[in-house]
Ligand binder design. Structure first.
Ligand SMILES: C[S@@+](CC[C@H](N)C(=O)[O-])C[C@H]1O[C@@H](n2cnc3c(N)ncnc32)[C@H](O)[C@@H]1O
Length: 269
């Protein structure tokens, strides 16, 4: 059984209206985006993930929706041969931009140029406004920022690369620079619940055994648990941590993108 469709996916379906989904590309695939997009009436579905482990998880948890014309590929958008010459009516980049840092750091500025030749009619970009950097105007935002910073510190000390999110305005500029015309842009305010607090702080805790200096790891463990107490107390009092936003942008290829797409065939992203 499919889980309830998120407000963001419902919004995308509303934007799509009666237009056919056609050939569909889930350009940063995961269990959520695969489950949702495989439930749509597409002609054919292609999912791309840079991680073999992620592909296995998608197969296990969403694979029952795959038809004979559907495929899940492990590949990196920095590889110019990945889906070269193909075109999809609908392309979804669902939390792809933030994850690029872990696979192809510094490629973010070229991501939408790379996707442009593949987009036939519509590109939907789903993302998260950064909460680790920037303003934290109230207690909820400060707690979310503290959690993000502590999590990322643990990931870095355990020799991993945290995600790097970009604001909706940055995405709008990057889409325009890549030749897209933006049809719609909307923010969705976030409310982080206790489950999110545990999820982020447990992710940090799991990294501690891999930190070289175990005295530092022990101090971080104390910080994690103290922050958990404060964040959960806020969640109980306020019904969650109301901070920051996700966003959905809908774009279509402009005349420039079509020229770039043709001229760019076979070129490195
Ligand atoms: C946050 S995860 C998945 C989000 C997803 N849509 C979901 O349902 O949860 C981001 C995805 O983008 C992929 N990704 C990140 N950088 C990539 C790159 N350079 N090339 C291809 N895929 C990439 C990751 O491997 C992962 O599958």
């Amino acid at each position: 059984m499919n889980p309830p469709v998120s407000a963001l996916f419902r919004h995308i379906a509303t934007l799509q209206g009666d237009a056919p989904w056609g050939r569909f590309l889930d350009a940063g695939s995961g269990v959520n985006s695969a489950r949702w997009s495989l439930s749509l009436s597409t002609e054919a579905w292609t999912g791309v993930t840079a991680s073999r482990a992620h592909a296995t998880e998608i197969h296990e948890r969403a694979g029952s929706g795959l038809r004979s014309q559907d495929r899940l590929l492990v590949g990196d958008w920095t590889d110019p041969s990945l889906l070269a010459g193909e075109r999809f009516d609908t392309v979804l980049a669902d939390y792809l931009l933030g994850a690029v840092e872990g696979f192809a750091p510094y490629f973010q500025t070229r991501l939408f140029q790379r996707l442009a030749p593949l987009v036939g009619a519509r590109l939907y970009v789903v993302g998260l406004d950064p909460y680790v950097v920037g303003d934290a105007p109230d207690e909820a935002a400060r707690l979310v920022r503290e959690i993000g910073r502590l999590r990322d510190a643990c990931l870095l000390l355990a020799d991993e690369t945290p995600y790097r999110e970009f604001p909706a305005e940055w995405v709008a500029d990057a889409l325009t620079a890549a030749g897209f015309v933006i049809d719609s842009a909307r923010r969705f305010q976030n409310r982080y619940r206790e489950k999110w607090v545990h999820g982020q702080l447990d992710m940090a805790l799991r990294r501690l055994p891999r930190i070289a200096d175990q005295a530092v790891a022990a101090a971080l463990s104390d910080q994690i648990e103290a922050l958990r107490v404060r964040a959960l107390e806020h969640c109980r009092r306020e019904g969650g941590l109301r901070a920051g936003s996700d966003y959905v942008l809908a774009a279509r290829p402009g005349p420039q993108a079509q020229i770039t797409g043709q001229a760019g065939l076979g070129r490195s992203g």
